[in-house]
Unconditional design. Structure first.
Length: 219
């Protein structure tokens, strides 16, 4: 066990499962390479948590983060918008479409909350806690605090975007945060995976592996 890692998961621990949706898996509109590999890992992991939150990227048609919403722009270009730089993406996770649905093999029936993000047409939201303007809250901080959940574990897609931003925000809000890296996959745009590791390290967010606590969880 790592010095600051958990041996078992208890009542004050929550697993946040980030964006395991069809569009982020192979064959989807914004596929994370090998993104579907996390599904069985997350299923096993989630079974050991009493508290689980799922996040779901959930955009209206014509969302500002879509390159198609900006004439002349292409996916993966960066554009300056009202709140700063924004990477433009292929259309993805449009509300109530098959691409926005959770991966069919994701099995977390006991998840207590599904938090949908990116629902404002004008603001993207990587983080489960704050939209990309960095000021609009999703309400998740309040949910965790009211329920006495003080240790946050993160898994899902993509490691270097939505998992990263969620981990950073959770840490800044004062939660103890762990990223379970083997239960994540990254996109890696322009070194974003390496940048994520150094940013998390600087914030004191350990990237751990499921194996580090598999033996002593008793699950
Ligand atoms: Zn999105």
């Amino acid at each position: 066990m790592t010095a600051n890692g958990p041996a078992t998961f208890g009542d004050n621990d929550v697993l946040i499962v980030v964006d395991i949706q069809n569009d982020f898996c192979p064959g989807g509109a914004l596929a994370v390479p090998r993104g579907d590999e996390v599904v069985p890992i997350v299923n096993r992991l989630a079974a050991r948590f009493r508290n689980v939150v799922l996040t779901q990227d959930w955009h209206p048609r014509g969302h500002a983060s879509f390159a198609s919403s900006h004439p002349g722009k292409r996916p993966f270009e960066t554009m300056t918008v009202a709140y700063g730089p924004q990477v433009l993406w292929p259309d993805h996770c449009v509300q109530d479409t098959p691409g926005a649905a959770f991966h069919r093999s994701l099995q977390v029936p006991h998840a207590g909350l599904i938090i949908r993000k990116g629902t404002d047409r004008t603001i993207d939201s990587y983080s489960a806690f704050y939209e990309n303007d960095r000021t609009t809250p999703t309400g998740l901080v309040g949910y965790l605090r009211e329920r006495g959940l003080s240790r946050v574990f993160l898994a899902g897609l993509a490691f270097d975007f939505c998992v990263r931003y969620s981990a950073e925000d959770a840490r800044r809000e004062g939660f103890a945060v762990f990223v379970i890296e083997d239960a994540c996959r990254g996109i890696d745009v322009e070194g974003s995976v390496a940048a994520t590791r150094s940013s998390l390290d600087a914030l004191g967010v350990p990237c751990i592996a499921t194996l580090e606590f598999a033996a002593d969880s008793g699950a």
